[in-house]
Structure formats: structure tokens, C-alpha cells
Design a binder for this molecule. Structure first.
Ligand SMILES: *Cc1c(COP(=O)(O)O)cnc(C)c1O
Length: 366
């Protein structure tokens, strides 16, 4: 079996895969209503929220678009706190729908600086919302969301959070941290195939929703709410993925959220230690290195494309490359969802063999 270690899609346990071979059911019938209620209640537990939680049939990006169009109007100012490719994507969505985006960019590999956010909010009193990526998958950095939230709330702004690669894997108590919209995606830490975005909406976000004028139809949260009252979704949902999610949520609750989070922390620490023991360096600022994805700097002659190719072809291990300006400069190991220490041990063992074959150590030889 392939050892798929990219930051999404992630491998699915057998029970999850089996649940999807079920026959279709009426998505407006009593059987689906029960599953939907059950899944929604379990998601609320794992989101640590009492707010509304909706399933959207989309990849994570659909959830990000929903967050924007449901809370903002064209011309609204938003502060985009960006530390990598996904932060840029969130800002681009806002801009495409007519928001006036004020960019606050940090060097890729670094976390955002909370004082700089405070400064930006002081300078721009008209800002309506702050956009932030909790865990920047492109660089392997986790932002200090609790602190970012407290600054955002000091200035009484909406906080829209891309938690696609963190929620369910890294601590994120949605209500305690006052996140107004929180978005995640089924194929990341949830051990489920791609196809669902899950979003939480606070009371403040609902107040913004009532006034928000950006165009929306498929993503309309007001429709999602009125249908959920009837135990339905407005549009045909990805029924099979809902079956899968129902099983994976049971598995997560059985393990316990605190244990799931601790497992991710343990596996991530082991990954970082193993990488350093191989003579490589972590690309991310280490104090904020992610517990779901480790980014590794290419150094000392390492050809990352060759590395990924040999790992895939000769060791059945699939790792991620660098995105955009990090292409060829880093590679990434995903360790979220269904992952244990043994999965990473296999990766580290293979790396020890393949690194020299991919040029690593070559600089010294010259
Ligand atoms: C994966 C990811 C996305 C994009 O999600 P899709 O499901 O590919 O649309 C956005 N933000 C972050 C942080 C991600 O990890």
C-alpha cells in the first residue's frame, strides 16, 4: 500500500472507506436527516462550539468563498494576514468579490506578528474583518490564533479563519477563541475523502450576514440554516462523504479530541527530530512549526523533484513538494488525520536511503 504523506488528501481507515460503498438514500428522507443531525452534533463537539455548523459540498476553498460572501459587502475593507500561498488565496477571493483588501504579509516560513496586526488595525479603523490562516499548509507554519483573535476582538472586528488543515488535528476551541467563521475540509485531518467543507458561524457572523451584500446563491448560509431546521441541506450533499464523515467522527470521539491533538503533536515532533537527525533543516520558524505538516528546506545539493520521484517509484511513499515560489526549495511531509509514529518511521527510513541518491551531500563532495 502507498504511504500517502501529503497534507491532503490523507489516507482513510478501512471502516471509513467501507461506509462509502453503501447504497444511496433519499437526502430529503428521515434516514439522512438522522445522519445529518448526528454528524452536525459531533462536529460541534470537535469544533468546541455551540454555534451553527454546516456541511457544504465543496473542497475547502468553497468554504473560504462562503466565509467571504456571507459576511461582507463590496467595498468593505478587510485585513489579510498572510504567511503563505493559502493566505494569498483567501485574500484573492475577497478581492474578486469586491472587498478592499489591505495586505499584511509576512515572510514565508514565519508566523504572523501580532503587534504588526495591532498596528495595522490601528491605522485602518474601517476594517470590517480580519482574514487569517490558522495553519499555513504551504510553509508548515501554525499562527498563534489565540493571540490574533484577542487583537482582532480588541478592535471589535470579525475574525474569518482558514482552519482547513488544523481543525480536528491542532487545538482550536472555536468559541473560546472567538472565531466568527471557521472553515475546514474533509480531506485534511478528518480522515475522509475530499468533498465536504465544514464551517462554523458565530452570532456576530450572523449579524454581519444580515447586512452582507456580496452575491451568493449556492453558499448562502441563511439557506443552509433554514434547511438544517428541516434536517436537510439546501442542495444535494455529497451523501457518500457524509457516510464516511459519520464513521470518522465516531473514531475521533472514541480516541478523544485531546488524544487526537496529542498524537499529532507527538508525530510532528518525531518528524522534526528525524529530519534534523538526517542533517536536514526545518524550513518553518521552529517555534511555530506545524503539527500537521512539516516543511523541509532543500540544502546541500538536494534535488527535491528527484527525491519525490524516487520515493514514489521505489518506496511507494508520496510526499509534497513546495508550492509557487517554494517550488524546488522545500518538500513537505503531511502528518495529519490517520497517522501514527510507524508511518513516519517508514518515511524517515526511506529518506535515509534516497537523500544521497537525490544529490543531498553533493555540495560537500564538490
Ligand atoms: C488544503 C488547504 C486549502 C485548500 O483546500 P481545498 O480543499 O484544496 O480547496 C486551503 N487552505 C489551507 C490551509 C489548506 O491546507
Amino acid at each position: 500500500m502507498q504511504n500517502l504523506r501529503i497534507p491532503g488528501p490523507t489516507p482513510c481507515p478501512d471502516e471509513v472507506l467501507k461506509s462509502m460503498s453503501r447504497q444511496m438514500i433519499n437526502h430529503r428522507g428521515p434516514e439522512f436527516a438522522q445522519i445529518l443531525n448526528d454528524v452536525t452534533a459531533k462536529l460541534k463537539q470537535l469544533f468546541q462550539t455551540k454555534n451553527d455548523v454546516f456541511l457544504l459540498t465543496a473542497s475547502g476553498t468553497g468554504g473560504l468563498e462562503a466565509a467571504i460572501v456571507n459576511t461582507l459587502s463590496p467595498g468593505d475593507k478587510v485585513l489579510s494576514v498572510s504567511i503563505g500561498a493559502f493566505g494569498e488565496r483567501f485574500a484573492t477571493i475577497a478581492q474578486q468579490f469586491g472587498a478592499e483588501v489591505i495586505p499584511l504579509r509576512f515572510e514565508w516560513g514565519q508566523a504572523s506578528d501580532v503587534d504588526a496586526i495591532r498596528q495595522a488595525l490601528k491605522q485602518e479603523p474601517e476594517v470590517k474583518a480580519v482574514l487569517v490562516t490558522h495553519n499555513e499548509t504551504s510553509t508548515g507554519v501554525t499562527n498563534d490564533l489565540a493571540k490574533i483573535s484577542s487583537v482582532t476582538k480588541e478592535f471589535d472586528k470579525l475574525l474569518l479563519v482558514d482552519a482547513i488543515s488544523s481543525l480536528g488535528s491542532i487545538e482550536l476551541p472555536v468559541d473560546d477563541w472567538q472565531c466568527d467563521i471557521t472553515v475546514t475540509g474533509s480531506q485534511k485531518g478528518w480522515m475522509v475523502p475530499p468533498g465536504l467543507a465544514m464551517v462554523a458561524i458565530s452570532d456576530e457572523a450572523w449579524q454581519a450576514n444580515a447586512k452582507a451584500k456580496m452575491p451568493r446563491f449556492y453558499w448562502d448560509f441563511a439557506k443552509a440554516r433554514s434547511y438544517l431546521e428541516k434536517e436537510q441541506t439546501p442542495w444535494t450533499p455529497a451523501v457518500s462523504i457524509v457516510f464516511a464523515l459519520s464513521v470518522s467522527l465516531d473514531m475521533m470521539l472514541k480516541e478523544g479530541l485531546a488524544n487526537v491533538i496529542a498524537r499529532h503533536a507527538r508525530v510532528a515532533k518525531m518528524t522534526r527530530q528525524g529530519i534534523k537527525a538526517l542533517g536536514l533543516a526545518i524550513f518553518a520558524e521552529e517555534s511555530h512549526a506545524s503539527n500537521t505538516v512539516t516543511s523541509i528546506a532543500a540544502s546541500d545539493g538536494l534535488d527535491t523533484k528527484k527525491l519525490l520521484k524516487i520515493l514514489r517509484e521505489e518506496h511507494q511513499i508520496v510526499l509534497g513538494g513546495g508550492q509557487q515560489k517554494l517550488s524546488g526549495k522545500i518538500f513537505r511531509i503531511g502528518h495529519l488525520g490517520w497517522v501514527t509514529e510507524e508511518d513516519i518511521e517508514r518515511v524517515l527510513e526511506a529518506l535515509a536511503i534516497v537523500l544521497p541518491q537525490a544529490g543531498f551531500g553533493g555540495e560537500k563532495l564538490k
